[in-house]
Design a protein around this ligand. Structure first.
Ligand SMILES: C[S@@+](CC[C@H](N)C(=O)[O-])C[C@H]1O[C@@H](n2cnc3c(N)ncnc32)[C@H](O)[C@@H]1O
Length: 259
């Protein structure tokens, strides 16, 4: 992307996969990132900046999961949140991201290959763990969203256990997602986690979810801490899943009119 171009003007240079299950294949991401320089899943930073500032301080040590070629870390850095580590499973994404950051002089952002299902960081390393659209990938072949396949649950739990482990005792997990609360909450709410669960939404027209999980703040009944929203239409969810790639479809202009 040209330096003068805003994130929302960035063009997709690749097409989606033939099947959504390819999103679970690292080769898909390596191929895609070879030809694509910048793409923001869900929404770019400007749409949820106000929410980030409520929860992330300049002194926070932040881990971003599945950075891809998003400019989320660049935007955080520009706003003084500079203690950043980004991981991605794709070696191509990591190499390109390192070069892009070097060219901008953002050399103290750490970018490394890593699997969010098996985080290699020591316990209690980060104040904030953040992901945008990365956890959603785990659900692309989950089957019935009300009753996901055991493999899907296993992967999601491995991710959440790792996030919980690497968060400091008062750390925060921010999940920016397409996945709706009635599907996410049962996972976030597993008894082994000490975090409280809140969420809000952002976006015009189609809304995305911004989950805030605060470690060490679990209430006796965490459901009390979950803000209720109207239950979205399952038809929409199924429609998104059944089409070429539901994650792409959350970006199309028909679903929002604010670009
Ligand atoms: C939907 S994209 C989101 C990219 C970026 N977060 C954004 O908002 O534009 C998913 C990203 O997660 C990465 N990814 C998929 N599985 C992963 C895993 N197990 N560990 C780390 N990264 C993973 C992919 O390579 C891809 O970059």
């Amino acid at each position: 992307m040209d330096e003068t171009e805003t994130p929302s003007e960035a063009k997709r240079t690749t097409v989606g996969p033939a099947s959504v299950s390819e999103y679970l294949d690292p080769n898909y991401w390596n191929d895609r990132f070879t030809s694509e320089d910048h793409y923001e899943w869900l929404k770019d930073y400007s749409h949820f900046r106000h929410l980030i500032h409520q929860h992330v301080k300049p002194s926070s040590h932040v881990l971003e999961l599945g950075c891809g070629n998003s400019q989320l870390s660049d935007e955080l850095y520009k706003e003084g949140i500079t203690k950043l580590t980004c991981i991605d499973l794709s070696s191509v994404a990591v190499d390109k991201k390192k070069k892009q950051l070097l060219s901008k002089g953002f050399t103290d952002i750490k970018v490394m290959e890593g699997d969010m299902l098996n985080l290699s960081f020591p316990d209690e390393t980060f104040d904030v763990v953040i992901e945008k659209g990365t956890m959603d990938v785990l659900f692309v072949d989950s089957g019935d969203p009300w009753n996901p396949k055991p493999e899907t649950i296993k992967k999601a739990m491995a991710m959440l256990q790792g996030v919980h482990r690497v968060l400091k005792p008062d750390g925060i997990f921010i999940s920016i997602a397409f996945g709706q609360p009635h599907f996410r909450r049962p996972l976030f709410n597993a008894p082994e986690f000490s975090w409280s669960i809140e969420h809000t939404t952002f976006g015009d027209g189609f809304h995305y979810f911004f989950y805030i999980l605060k470690k060490g703040c679990r209430l006796l009944d965490t459901d009390v801490g979950v803000k209720k929203v109207d239950q979205p239409s399952l038809d929409l969810f199924q429609d998104e899943l059944d089409n070429e790639d539901y994650l792409f479809r959350t970006n199309i202009d028909e679903l929002d009119d604010d670009r």
